[in-house]
Write a protein of this length. Sequence first.
Length: 415
Amino acid sequence: MTKHLLLIALLLLGCLALFGTNYAGRALMYSDSYMLRARGSEANYWNPALLRESVQNFWLPVGNMGFYIANNSLDLEIYNHIMKKGYLEEIDKEKLLNMIDDHIAVNMGGQMSIIGFTIGNIAFTSSAHAYAKAALDETYLRLLLYGNTEESYEFTRENNNASMLSYVDVTVGMGDLPLPLPKNFPTVKAGWAASLLVGIEDIDTSEYYGSFSSNYDGASLRQDIVLKTGGAGAGFKGMVGLVSEPLNSLSVGVTLDNILGFIKWGLVRENLVYHLQADSVYVANLQDDFYDYEHYREKTDSFTTNLPPELRLAALYRTPQVILSADYVQGFGSSIATSKVGRVSLGAELLPIPSLPIHVGYGFGNSNYPWRVSYGVGLKIRPFEFGIGLQSFESFLPGQTSKGIALSTYLHLEM
C-alpha cells in the first residue's frame, strides 16, 4: 500500500509541472553558455550588441526549439528498483529520504521560435515561452513511508507550491553600435533589444497551509490552497548588451536582461480556492463523509507578474579547431523564470570538420538547479544550418541515473 501511495504522490507532483517547455536551439546544447555565440536573430535574446550587417539570417518557424524537465531528487534507477522489488524495506525508505533535501522540486521550461529575420544591424523576432515548477515537502513523503511519528505537522508555501507562466514576445533589436571611447581603448560595441510581451497564462500559489495531527482525539487534517491565475496579459522587457575583443581571438561581453520586465494581467484574473478539513476522525468513521471540501472561483483585481533583472558575464576564445566559452548569470530576484542564485556554465564547439560542428556544454549545479551535461551535432550546407542536441541532468549520459532530460533543435537560413 505504501508503495502505491508513494508512486501516486510522485505522479501528482509530476502532473503539477507538466505545463510547458526553456532555451531554444543551440543554447541548450552548450548548457546555457551562449551569450557570445548568438548570431543574427538569436542575438535579440542573448546579446543584441552582436547584431551586425555581416551576419544575416532567417529563423524558420518552429525550427528553433527546446524543452527540458528535471527534478532535484529522484531518478529512474530508484523508481525501477522499487517497482522490481514490489515492496519497500527500511533501507529503501532511508535511501529515498536521503535523496531529498527539504523538498522535491520539479522544473520544466522551453522556447519555440515563431519568426526571426535580420535587416542590416536590426533584428525582428518572435518566440513562444513557457515555464513551470512545483515543489512538495519532504515531510509528506515521510508520512507516507512511516506514518505519523509526531503528534502534529504543519506545511507552508515555502516547500509546497506550483506555478506556471507562458507568453509570446515580439522583439526588435539593434546592435553593432560603437561606444565613443579613447583611441587607445579596445573597441566596444553596444546593442539594445525591446520586447512586447503577450501573456497567455499565469498560475501562482499565493497561499498554502496544511496541517495534520493524530492523538487520542483521533486524526485531524486541514488543507488550504489559493491559486492566483491570470490570462491574456500584456507587458514589456528590455535588454542592453556590450561586446569587445580586448585580445586576438578573445571576446568578452556583458548583458542586463529583463529591464522593466513585467506582464500585467487584466482580462482574465481570478483566485482558485481549495479547502479540505477533517476533525477528530477515527478508523470507524472512514466510511462516512468524514471531511469537508470546498472549491470555488472568485474574481480578483488585476495584478502584475514581475520579471526580475538578470546580469550575464561571458568570455569566448576561438581557435580553428575549437571555440570555448564561459558564462555567469546573476539574477536580482526570484521568479518562475529567474533565480537569485548565480550559476556558471561552460561550452565548447569542436570543428574537426567545419561543416559538422560538435556542441558540448556543462552547467554547474546550485541549490535551485542540478548540474547538467549537453551534447549536440550540427550540419552546415549553405544556406541552411541544422542541428539537434540533448541534455542530461546529474548524469553524464541520459539513463537510469538522470534526474531530467532536455532536447533541442535549430534550423537557420543564412543569407
